[in-house]
Design a protein around this ligand. Sequence first.
Ligand code: NAD
Length: 253
Amino acid sequence: MTTGFSGKVALVTGGAAGIGRATALAFAAAGARVVVSDIDEKGGEVTVLAIKAAGGDAMFVACDVSDSEAVAALIRHTVDAYGRLDVAFNNAGIEIEHERLADGDLETFDRIMDINVKGVWLCMKHEIPEMLKHGGGAIVNTASVAGLGAAPKMSIYSASKHAVIGLTRSAAVEYAKKGIRVNAVCPAVIETDMFRRAAESDPRRAEMAVAMHPVGRLGQPEEIAAAVLYLCSEAAGFTTGIALPVDGGSTAI
Ligand code: NAD
């Protein structure tokens, strides 16, 4: 166990599964008190139990990140329980579209934008004032390699992740002198439920997914967690406004 985050309070959205769960566990192992948030209460409680079983401190707060009131309440709960907010990983997101742009529907567009874009914006909107009260903090938003380039049959998702990078860069510049660093991680294909659902709907995706990474395998949630912890740590004190690919070399091709 490292102690780089001892005394810090970390918030993780989408913490009930996949990348969020792995990152919540990593923050706790590094000494942070962790607020695990998600719409999936059962999964969120599993994450909290795993943190506690490993000797860490965590609590679950249910929140739909697309709901403004719920996000405000999440930040209030965090500060009521732990007194402050130092680090936030705005990671909750969905990927539900597998069709060409002209076949897409308005409902899907709105749902993806509500969760992936409005959700990240709402979280930062409510997190930043709390961080400013204690001299600053660090935020990491989950974008994607689909936020850095084309993603065929995922144009809405791709647009949402480009938007996450836009929010990240602008917030980073706005708050750079106030002690808040804001960065994004851009995973390629990571072996989580999100990937498993997509692979089930189109079995060729699994094969194609492995082939797109020069390292010849999918990424693991813990590999994204490691990048997030680095970006939130003092070692990354001069790093803000970046969109860091964690991608097995896929954007190098
Ligand atoms: P996952 O589906 O395993 O986990 C996502 C979590 O977000 C789930 O626990 C889900 O309940 C939660 N969630 C969904 N909608 C929510 C909402 N409205 N409010 C709060 N929580 C909500 O997926 P994952 O692979 O761990 O994905 C995490 C993030 O990483 C997402 O933003 C995703 O777009 C991004 N990402 C994933 C991959 C990948 O290959 N898995 C690649 C690039 C980016």
